[in-house]
Design a protein around this ligand. Structure first.
Ligand SMILES: Cc1cc2nc3c(=O)[nH]c(=O)nc-3n(C[C@H](O)[C@H](O)[C@H](O)COP(=O)(O)O)c2cc1C
Length: 214
């Protein structure tokens, strides 16, 4: 049975005190060294965000903190990607995703996001953290048509259909979600080097391993 808490991400309403922007088809160019950080509670309500995140969003810090993270949700994002992300972090597992976010102006920016679970020493989830770096251009060129197909399928036949399509898409490439995403990043960013060996690889988040940020 699906409990209510597992479903929270689907029912959290966008903050009604903030107007929903109309999407504008103009990209925001992020500084290549920017690291956009946000921390949420277990429902996805923003508890903290850093200056790079605030700046790229176009919102004021006080508008973001206390709002659900869907405040920056772009309508082009397939729901299935968020479903996958929530299923993972609720199992205390990390996941990376390419995310198109919408700023207050309606303009958009693409990031690769490392979703990390913060636990206390009793193994209870304290909060979730998302670290974002500007997404490599070539990776985005591959992701855009995939997301478009997923959105079209969802619009017509729902999220179950887009989930099956995503699985078939990955199967047809003989890969799984994580390998596919990591490949898109490592193939399109020249100077990546792993920080340590296989044991660390299993433990560390992707950003920790490759960008030394956590
Ligand atoms: C730590 C964390 C960071 C998140 N960052 C984003 C983000 O940058 N953009 C986004 O659209 N959703 C983000 N989400 C997911 C949102 O909470 C939400 O599930 C998503 O925007 C879908 O919203 P909807 O259910 O209203 O369609 C994040 C969630 C967590 C837990």
């Amino acid at each position: 049975m699906t409990t209510n808490s597992e479903k929270k991400w689907e029912t959290l309403k966008r903050n009604p005190k903030l107007p929903t922007p109309t999407p504008v088809d103009r990209e925001i160019t992020l500084d290549e060294n920017a690291i956009l950080l946000s921390i949420t509670d277990t429902r996805g309500v923003i508890e903290y965000c850093n200056e790079d995140f605030v700046e790229s969003s176009g919102y004021e810090e006080y508008e973001l903190v206390g709002s659900g993270h869907n405040v920056v949700r772009h309508p082009d994002m397939p729901r299935v990607i968020f479903k996958l992300m929530w299923e993972r972090i609720q199992k205390k597992q990390n996941i990376i995703a390419f995310v198109k976010n919408m700023a207050k102006t309606g303009r958009y920016y693409w990031v690769m996001t490392d979703f990390v679970v913060k636990e206390n020493d009793k193994g209870q989830v304290v909060n979730y953290k998302a670290l974002r770096k500007p997404a490599p251009r070539k990776a985005i060129q591959e992701i855009i048509p995939l997301y478009k197909r997923l959105r079209e399928i969802e619009d017509l036949n729902g999220i179950e259909a887009s989930e099956k399509f995503l699985k078939g898409f990955l199967d047809s490439k003989n890969t799984d979600y994580d390998t596919y995403i990591e490949r898109l990043i490592t193939d399109n960013l020249g100077n990546l080097s792993e920080t340590s060996g296989a044991a660390e690889k299993k433990k560390g988040s992707f950003f920790k391993r490759f960008f030394r940020i956590e």
